[in-house]
Design a protein around this ligand. Structure first.
Ligand code: T3D
Length: 262
């Protein structure tokens, strides 16, 4: 039976798992429950073979406003380094290590660690009214949850520095111009387009998708020769899959492939 959650919604349809952060009155900011459930649902997405691609989005007018600042003032708040290491880092790593592609469908404002969650995803598509605010500096904090790692890789040091040192709100159109998101669509089109994109990913060969994610990940950290060698190893794995044989057969028989993940 599919697990149920209180602070987020989890729906699986046609190979696509959709995570909707669901605390709209608090702009889907991350309280203890949402952080715990987000990690749990990412593990569920990995475990469930019916899920071949994942969408992460938010309910209401925000994607995610980062840490729930009201909870942070509470008596049980952990020191920041502990909170980041124990609650945020596992979520970011779960997204990066998920063997299935994750699309951030950024429906509204993405702030602080909420923006970092979007950066950790494999693809970012934004509604035209969405925005990014690297709000850490506004409240006297340094970046966390991978914001300072992802941003230079996504948009280069110059824009990463602008976003992190001068935490102004960046509208989706500007995010598209600098390459922070790959598509901006009218708000009403966001979920249909994200679902169409995820549907295409879900019809791909699952092992090839996972290997592509690993190749891209490694490419960020190594030189050309090591990347070439790593690609060759991954291709060796892909070449031994039934899906590769199916891909060739489908091509020769002039029909769409039916990938099974074998
Ligand atoms: O534990 C740790 O702290 C470590 C981890 C840190 C990582 C981080 O994420 S640090 C960054 C935390 N996030 C922020 O600093 C963003 C705070 N929010 C904002 O700056 C603004 O709300 C937005 C730019 C996101 C949106 O602005 P706006 O004008 O559209 O909405 P608003 O009026 O400010 O907010 C609407 C409601 O959401 C409001 O509640 P109310 O007054 O109607 O009852 C506001 O308090 C609430 N809200 C917004 N963000 C948060 C929040 N409540 C709790 N935590 C939030 N982060």
């Amino acid at each position: 039976m599919a697990p149920s959650f209180g602070a987020l919604r989890w729906e699986v349809e046609h190979g696509v798992g959709t995570i909707t952060l669901d605390r709209p009155d608090a702009l889907n900011s991350l309280d203890a429950t949402l952080k715990r459930e987000l990690l749990a649902v990412l593990r569920e997405a990995e475990r469930d073979p019916a899920v071949r691609a994942v969408i992460l989005t938010g309910a209401g007018r925000a994607f995610c406003a980062g840490q729930d600042l009201k909870e942070r003032l509470g008596p049980d708040a952990a020191p920041l380094d502990v909170e980041v290491r124990e609650r945020y880092v596992p979520i970011v790593l779960a997204i990066r290590r998920l063997s299935k592609p994750v699309i951030a469908a950024v429906n509204g404002v993405a702030a602080g660690a909420g923006a970092a969650l979007a950066f950790a995803c494999d693809l970012r598509i934004a509604a035209d009214g969405a925005s990014f605010v690297l709000a850490f500096g506004r409240i006297g904090l340094a970046p966390d949850s991978g914001a300072s790692w992802f941003l230079p890789r996504l948009v280069g040091l110059a824009y990463a520095a602008e976003l992190l040192y001068l935490p102004d709100s960046m509208p989706a159109t500007e995010a598209l111009r600098i390459g922070l998101v790959s598509r901006v669509v009218p708000a009403a089109e966001l979920m249909p387009q994200a679902q169409a994109l995820a549907g295409r990913l879900a019809h791909g060969a699952p092992r090839a998708m996972a290997l592509t994610k690993r190749a891209l990940e490694r490419s960020l950290e190594v030189g050309l020769e090591e990347a070439l060698d790593h690609e060759a190893s991954l291709q060796g794995i892909a070449g031994r899959t039934a899906d590769h044989a199916e891909g060739i057969a489908a091509f020769l028989e002039k029909r769409p492939p039916r990938f099974t993940g074998e």
